[in-house]
Design a protein around this ligand. Structure first.
Ligand code: AMP
Length: 113
């Protein structure tokens, strides 16, 4: 997988507003927020998109969900938040380093656009 802007954030080559870090993942505020809470949770392991994750990534993927929950709680949005993961350019993925969007703080429509 080629370097992305997110691997540069992991390596501290570019700055980000980091709200959580542990051995396996990093969470930071989206530079172009779509809601009062908009944090991205990414694995440190470079996986370009969900379809290319391995079965052995099961625990890592579960960890991202639990970190997303913790971030929403810590930021005061634990009662209502939305998780989004775009898989593929056709559905809006623009950075090819797997990430969960954690969104909260406004009304959201369903179905999503
Ligand atoms: P996606 O379109 O699902 O691939 O989401 C990529 C997200 O990364 C977008 O919401 C961008 O606003 C966000 N983004 C791009 N560059 C940065 C950056 N340097 N720091 C924080 N968020 C970024």
């Amino acid at each position: 997988m080629s370097d992305t802007i997110f691997s540069k954030i992991i390596n501290r080559e570019i700055e980000a507003d980091i709200v959580h870090e542990d051995d396996h993942c990093l969470a930071f505020r989206d530079v172009n927020p779509q809601a009062p809470l908009h944090v991205l949770v990414i694995p440190k392991k470079p996986i370009d998109k969900l379809v290319n994750a391995a079965d052995s990534d099961q625990a890592l993927l579960g960890h991202l969900m639990l970190v997303a929950r913790r971030v929403a709680r810590d930021q005061g949005y634990g009662d209502a938040f939305r998780l989004v993961m775009n898989n593929g350019e056709a559905v809006g993925q623009s950075v090819f380093h797997l990430h969960l969007h954690v969104l909260g703080g406004r009304a959201f429509e369903w179905p999503p656009g």
